[in-house]
Design a protein around this ligand. Structure first.
Ligand code: ZN
Length: 138
């Protein structure tokens, strides 16, 4: 079967990281799927979904690394083209990607004990984000 669920979250932007594991678990529970896969996808080109050990040290480390890879104050053709301020947001989001697929075995995601599903909002302002959870299985 195929189940389509979704939920929204409010973010502060500026690399705000949210643990969305519980909300994804809830969608899988509602799907009734016991064995299959769940794809988690955020709508928008300045946010990303990945897994991480969700703790404040790594949240800071990821910000630091992203600032090295795509610095906020670097020149971006996107900003010159559109007169906006979020070239770094788009690049950071593209590098991590907007989605994640997780196997479901015996009704549970096969995540590690220290592996949470996180949404990171790289945009430069607070946003409301819609996350789709598409569950395939039986
Ligand atoms: Zn932009």
């Amino acid at each position: 079967m195929v189940y389509s669920g979704r939920f929204t979250v409010s973010t502060r932007g500026n690399d705000h990281m949210l643990d969305i594991t519980g909300m994804v678990e809830q969608a899988i529970l509602e799907s009734g799927v016991v064995n299959g896969i769940a794809t988690v996808f955020v709508v928008g080109s300045t946010a990303a979904i990945t897994t991480i050990e969700y703790e404040s040290g790594l949240e800071q480390d990821l910000k630091t690394v992203m600032e090295r890879i795509a610095p906020r104050d670097a020149p971006y053709a996107h900003e010159a083209r559109w007169r906006d301020d979020n070239g770094h947001s788009h690049i950071r989001a593209s590098l991590l990607g907007p989605s994640l697929t997780v196997p479901i075995v015996s009704g549970r995601m096969t995540l590690g004990a220290w592996q949470q599903i996180v949404l990171i909002d790289f945009d430069t302002r607070p946003r409301t984000r819609t996350i789709h959870v598409q569950v395939l299985g039986e």
